[in-house]
Ligand binder design. Sequence first.
Ligand code: XIL
Length: 343
Amino acid sequence: MASTFKLPLFLLIACSVTLSVNGQLKTLAEAQKRYVGLATTPADLAQADYAAVADREFDCFTPENQMKWGEVEKSKGVFNFSEGDKIVTHAQAHGQKVRGHTLVWHNHLPAWLEATKWTTSNAAELKAILQNHVTKQAAHFKGKLYALDVVNEAISDNANGSLRSDLFLDALGKEYIADSFRWAHEADPDVKLYYNEYGAEGVNHKSDAMLQMIKDLQAAKVPIHGAGFQSHFSSGSVPTTLKQNLERFAALGIDVAITELDIRVKLPSTAAELEQQAKDYVTVFRACWEVPRCVGVTMWGMNDKHVAQWEADQGQGMSLLFDANNKEKPAYKAVHDFLSSQK
Ligand code: XIL
């Protein structure tokens, strides 16, 4: 009896030692004062197998859609934060921080807001609507968020880096950006306020414009505390200037973060492409880890069941760390090995 008992006990001890030495992604990141985040939904978290992995590996959650304007204010002035609250409640119970996403974005707006033609002549009404939205949402989540994307994707893809022509810019002019940050800060003075953007991960026209925009906001004493880089990449195309770019934003005295990372491959994928993807993931984590003000990396989805529209449109996908059965892909193992190698 005694001898049959000894072996499993030994194995048990060996396993727990291995776990505590290596840890999961979040444990490794926390030891290095960073987080590894996940964009998620209440429906995802309601699945036990998904939630088990999400809670084991990730220590910061971003609601994928539940805090977008079109979700929280479906009728003018009537707010419903219940779906975002579900994510906050789950995160509070499982030790995750929450990145709020997002207050002001040209996409995912409520139909009632887009139904009006906003111009400079009815701008005062739009400004009041925007102020109410920003204030009510920031106040609702006051004290519950680690960071908040205040303005998302306000810069166009034009080579001159001009601001995006959308209903906010066209009616209110560029001041809508500064105003939104000021209102958010008034409603929740402690949350870190971010400007979040895509296509500005490397040194290029768009990131030049974003850098200048943040400098201008700082010069006007606008409360802005972080720059978010979405990082929807294609395997083999991670910008070589990613770290250099993060550094120049950090040099403004703000935090930087990778906020929506996914690295798509061509479908059907090959083993070689999944190995390249794994290398690309390490490139991104390394860039962040080498910049002291880079606070963490958030994945835009957990497993390969999550396929973004722009991926599907191009016959691409399999962009995440886990496969469709929540099994660790080569990319997961590579990131885990990289984080384990860091002090
Ligand atoms: C995407 C979501 O993943 C989709 O489910 C939704 O249909 C559209 O929005 N940049 C952002 C994210 O800031 O909010 C977007 O999320 C992806 C691009």
